[in-house]
Design a protein around this ligand. Structure first.
Ligand code: ATP
Length: 575
């Protein structure tokens, strides 16, 4: 919890004030039984009206102080805890943003969402409760105990005799509670994961008529969340009755022995009333305990989960080190590159070597799963090569400052991802300052300008979440335009023209060929590959062919087969 609560440090002032007010409220509460005892012994029993009025006024004054302290304490506690959770959430989000892709394998998105929402809220609650009642309850117990000893040590002894047993019991319950609530949060992760997957695949679910199946899958995980939550709460439910039982036993002992003491002159009625009053306050505090323990146990489990992310060791490079000047020329060299995904044992790339001069165009072909996307991911350093080197402009990519490296690369992923916002927002997303002309220029090259102009709101047309209101081909072309806006020296297209018709694709390539950028294009189409300076053929993570279209037709059986499998008349034309 230490790391998590270090984010409360900037709000020390608010926390200290809240604690002081809480102590003031507590002190008043502890003084009240003493005043009541005095009213009884010196006022009612001694029949002194003046003492009753004076002490009555003192009692009222104390109540007002407690009331005002309580309200102001709430204000400071709320401010400190809300600001703390805001900072913690920001830090957690920042940490997630800086994750390498390997970390997303380790922490699935659903778990990160639960941490950012529910887990942060739970630790925020613990701070708020801490400043309001959490410390108040144990302090009230300790304070009441001390005051009871001040009033009458003998009677106080009967009151505290059960304490050691209650404390051991509470400790055991907290320990159990932490592990149970840790489980509950994990179940919540699973519920979030199912919901996320479901909502993302809503069309597929409808098309495959899997609505009922998915509902059952959801019921199953929601059901196990319910079972584990009930289990965790059940532990908490037994705390209160046991605490109350212990306290009632003590109270009985106080009353029983108190009666003897009063008869023998060892105690006064007012003292017995005061001790009973303290006992009642202690019982009240213990009632709070069951609630506090529940919140504390949940928050402890949540803070451990948050710290898991904050303190996780990332495999990523040090961004701040390395060459920071801009990578102007996109010369690329792979030298004996092997690559294995983290936490796997099988290499997906074997001994890959090739060289691309600046502005050369490379087409990458190969069967699905042959390693095309994996190869491309090494260039912007989404992952680092397990062995060998990938260099750009003569320098190992790991030696470039990450920002400088990525600034120079335009990527169009296999699945076009657009954000909620206007088309204009989406196109300018990858660059800090961009003017409308640059957007239109990139859109013209990507063959999407005319389509956008035909929309009633043109570039200000709103794009729904993930581009739901656009066709696959429109999304692909917008993604390409977004990459072109950055004017990259290296342009990576990972099978990103698959949804375009032949005519549009040809027009797009006419434009891309003019671009001053080194291009790596994953494609399944011979027609597209032929336009590149060279073609790299991958087979099970190994290079099985490298050269021009004509060279590969000569040298590679696999390439010939691919060419043959594509339209007969096209093959004739190429040969
Ligand atoms: N994040 C990952 N963790 C572990 N293994 C992965 C990961 N991503 C891909 N792989 C594995 O790496 C191999 C190569 O995958 P890759 O995505 O590079 O192939 P590809 O040629 O781009 O395929 P496709 O044409 O279907 O996109 C596959 O066997 C795949 O299972």
């Amino acid at each position: 919890m230490k790391t998590v609560f270090s984010y409360a440090k900037p709000y020390k002032f608010y926390i200290v004030i809240a604690l002081i007010l809480m102590l003031l409220e507590l002190t008043v509460e502890l003084l009240q039984p003493l005043v009541i005892a005095s009213i009884i012994d010196q006022g009612i029993v001694a029949r002194d009206q003046d003492v009753i009025i004076q002490l009555g006024l003192v009692l009222m004054g104390l109540s007002v102080i407690a009331f005002v302290s309580g309200i102001v304490n709430s204000y400071f506690a709320a401010h400190a805890s809300q600001s703390f959770s805001f900072d913690l959430r920001q830090a957690l989000y920042g940490r997630i943003q800086s994750f390498s892709l390997a970390m997303f394998n380790k922490f699935p998105a659903s778990g990160l969402i639960t941490r950012l929402t529910s887990d942060v809220t739970l630790v925020q609650q613990v701070l708020y409760m801490g400043l309001r009642i959490m410390l108040r309850a144990p302090l009230l117990v300790i304070g009441s105990m001390i005051m009871a000893f001040v009033v009458n040590p003998k009677l106080a002894f009967y009151l505290v005799i059960v304490f050691p047993f209650l404390l051991i019991f509470l400790y055991a319950m907290v320990k159990k509670g932490v592990s149970y609530f840790g489980f509950v949060q994990k179940r919540l992760d699973r519920v979030n994961r199912i919901v996320q997957e479901n909502l993302q695949a809503v069309r597929l679910i409808k098309a495959y008529l899997r609505g009922k199946y998915e509902t059952n899958r959801f019921s199953e995980v929601a059901g196990s969340l319910k079972i584990d939550t009930v289990k965790a709460f059940r532990i908490m439910e037994i705390i209160l009755p046991i605490l109350l039982f212990g306290m009632n036993l003590s109270l009985l002992a106080v009353l029983w022995f108190g009666a003897f003491e009063i008869r023998s002159g060892g105690a006064q009625i007012g003292e017995l009333v005061a001790i009973v009053n303290y006992a009642m306050r202690m019982t009240g505090a213990f009632t709070m305990f069951s609630f506090i323990i529940m919140i504390f146990a949940r928050a402890k489990a949540s803070s451990e989960r948050i710290e898991e992310v904050l303190l996780a060791e990332d495999v990523r490079e040090k961004d701040e080190s390395g060459e920071s000047k801009e990578v102007h020329r996109g010369e690329i060299r792979f030298e004996n590159v092997w690559f294995m995904y983290p936490e796997t044992s099988r290499p997906v790339l074997h001994n890959i070597s090739f060289h691309l001069k600046a502005n050369e165009k490379l087409a990458i072909m190969g069967a699905t799963g042959s390693g095309k996307s994996s190869l491309l991911q090494l260039i912007p350093r989404f992952y680092d090569a397990t062995e060998g080197t990938v260099s750009i402009h003569g320098r190992d990519v790991t030696k470039w400052q990450l920002r400088a490296l990525r600034k120079t690369i335009g990527i169009v992923p296999q699945q076009s991802l657009l954000f909620t916002g206007t088309i204009s927002n989406n196109l300018s997303w990858g660059k800090d300052e961009v003017v409308q002309d640059e957007l239109a220029d990139a859109a013209i090259k990507a063959q999407i300008h005319e389509t956008v102009e035909r929309f009633p709101k043109g570039y200000y047309t709103r794009v729904g979440q993930k581009g739901v209101n656009l066709s696959g081909g429109q999304k692909q072309r917008l993604s390409i335009a977004r990459a072109l806006v950055r004017k990259p020296s290296i342009l990576i297209l990972d099978d990103s023209t698959s949804a375009l018709d032949v005519k549009t694709e040809a027009a797009l390539w006419e434009e891309l060929e003019q671009e001053q950028a080194t291009m790596l294009v994953v494609t399944q189409k011979i027609r597209t590959a032929m336009r590149a300076d060279r073609i790299l053929l991958l087979e099970d993570g190994q290079i099985s062919g490298y050269g021009t279209h004509a060279e590969l037709l000569e040298s590679s059986e696999l390439y010939r087969q691919i060419a043959m499998s594509q339209q007969e008349e096209e093959v004739d034309e190429y040969v």
